[in-house]
Ligand binder design. Structure first.
Ligand code: TPP
Ligand code: MG
Length: 519
């Protein structure tokens, strides 16, 4: 057995059974070992941003880390935007990054770079193997550490000679790192704060947005009168009819500030204090009211459900949850295809337990609102603002949940960053319906341009935010990668195509031609 085979053995023993890969020469022994390891699914992705975005989507839905296989510093750095999003999502993920053989590094061959420098940026844990035996020992640690702090990125650097040299017995799996117990003092503090008569909200994020946590939060709301808020970009929000509903903080800073004005106390539950996504001249960065007190019930590293349950016990919150969402499907709208008509169709046709990967940018809000009372579903958003996440996350989510329909609500500009995901969806026959929102524009940047102030934009400036010259033909792009694709220019045609997509398993794309909207 060589080091690579030992590592794969250990990964499998550690319940890592899927590897999203884009390998090169330094990973060839790992590729061979993956090939030889029964029960390890190998998923080729044609760009590293797809690799890590898919691993993120997989982890959001399964709660387990996928492995990635990446090619030295260049491959790793290609994957970084989606690793950034995955870090913000707080998911477990295990990167295996090949490197030159230990003795080869001294020669500074062309692909040599500051690999350690690269991998440290998004990783919560880093291991560098120096022998074949160490590769599997570190592999076990990498998986265990991926579960630490509520979910983080582990990166294992695998020099080629550590992969090909003989290894002894593979390392045994280590128990996954466990979440920290809730802090008793914080629970007491929050319990008494909720009794002081001030206008309070629980700001829920991370795992506090899963169904079970929401049910407890709903009971706390019923007992205390606190309002339930949701962070602006949740990794995975379980919503829809019958679930405890939350009010999501708006994206635009001034709207968010107005939204938060009335709250004298914000209780953070696996979330961060609300701040503006960007600074703007003369606009606030800190969004809570000036005199608002912030308290923390639990951080991402904590057992969030236990913290909520502990608080519920202190408050005697045993009655029915407040803010339970009744079923509600808004009527269809014909004619123009826009986020309103599109959202109504999606709400009406959404199957039970669908997963929506939302990178719809200016066209998200309408669909989000329309689906509030639709069949129960999971809503995954762009956690770190680094675009090009939507398609890969949808793909990874589909592989994690093969029985569930996945919908990628996908803006055109963002889609161009990682459009290679379409090819992998076809190859793996992932049950993803891509709703490609083609407005031939970086519409949101036109909005941002107006918001940052400054001089009136000229034609050259506006051309940097315009995708209409040439217009991108998404139906052809998808077909070119073997994906069934159709184009809709009216609400009626979209409804027809989406209806068919919901009834038929398998990957497909619906190109929705829409006008750019001003938000
Ligand atoms: C990695 C990365 N590069 C660039 C940006 C800046 N950016 C934010 S939104 C956007 C364009 C979005 O356009 P599109 O996906 O077409 O959505 P629309 O605004 O048209 O709805 C860009 C380039 C970013 N957020 N992340
Ligand atoms: Mg666009």
């Amino acid at each position: 057995m060589n080091g690579a085979q030992a590592l794969l053995h250990t990964l499998k023993a550690s319940a890592v059974d899927i590897c999203f890969a884009n390998p090169g020469t330094s990973e060839m022994h790992l590729v061979q070992a993956i090939g030889e390891t029964d029960g390890m699914r190998a998923v080729l992705c044609l760009y590293e941003g797809v690799v890590t975005g898919a691993a993120d989507g997989y982890a959001r839905m399964s709660g387990r880390p996928a492995a990635t296989l990446l090619h030295l510093g260049s491959g790793f750095s290609n994957s970084m935007a989606n690793l950034h999003n995955a870090r913000r999502a707080g998911v477990p993920l295990v990167n295996i990054v090949g490197d030159h053989a230990t003795y080869h590094l001294q020669y500074d061959a062309p692909l040599t770079s500051d690999l350690l420098g690269h991998v440290r940026l998004p990783s919560g844990w880093v291991g560098v193997a120096s022998s074949a035996d160490q590769l599997s020992t570190l592999g076990a640690e990498a998986v265990s550490q991926a579960y630490a702090n509520g979910g983080q990125i582990s990166t294992l650097i695998a020099p080629a000679d550590c992969s090909w040299n003989p290894a002894g017995t593979p390392a045994a799996a280590l128990p996954p790192a466990t979440p920290a117990a809730p802090d008793a003092d914080s629970l007491q503090q929050v319990a008494s704060a909720l009794g002081n008569g001030k206008r309070s909200a629980l700001l829920l994020g991370g795992r506090a947005l899963r169904e079970q946590a929401l049910e407890i939060a709903g009971r706390i709301a019923a007992a205390s009168g606190a309002v339930l808020l949701c962070e602006t970009f949740p990794a995975r929000l379980q919503r829809g009819a019958g679930r405890v509903a939350v009010q999501r903080i708006p994206y635009l800073a001034e709207q968010a500030q107005a939204f938060l004005q009335g709250y004298e106390q914000l209780i953070l539950v696996d979330s961060k204090a609300p701040v503006a996504f960007f600074a703007y001249p003369d606009k606030a960065s800190w969004l809570a009211a000036e005199d608002c007190q912030l308290l923390s019930l639990a951080e991402h590293r904590h057992d969030v459900n236990a913290a909520l349950e502990g608080l519920a016990t202190l408050l005697g919150a045993t009655s029915q949850p407040a803010q339970c969402q009744p079923p509600m499907i808004p009527p269809l709208k014909g004619g123009a295809l826009n986020m309103d008509s599109l959202g109504r169709s999606i709400a009406a046709l959404l199957p039970e337990q669908a997963i929506i990967s939302d990178e719809g940018v200016t066209n998200s809000a309408g669909v989000y609102m329309a689906t509030q009372g639709a069949a129960p579903h999971d809503w995954l958003t762009l956690t770190g603002g680094a675009i090009g996440q939507g398609l890969p996350v949808a793909f990874g989510a589909a592989l994690a949940c093969p029985q569930r329909k996945v919908i990628a609500l996908q803006a055109d500009g963002c889609a161009m960053y990682t459009n290679q995901a379409l090819w992998s969806m076809v190859r793996e026959q992932a049950d993803v319906t891509v709703v490609l929102l083609n407005n031939s524009s970086y519409a949101v940047l036109n909005v941002e341009l107006a918001r940052v102030g400054g001089s009136a934009p000229n034609a050259k400036t506006l051309s940097m935010l315009d995708l209409s010259n040439p217009v991108i033909d998404w139906t052809s792009i998808a077909r070119g990668m073997g994906m069934q694709a159709e184009r809709a220019t009216s609400a009626e045609r979209f409804h027809e195509l989406f209806d068919e997509a919901m009834k038929t398993p398998g990957p497909r794309l619906i190109e929705a031609i829409i006008e750019p909207v001003a938000t």
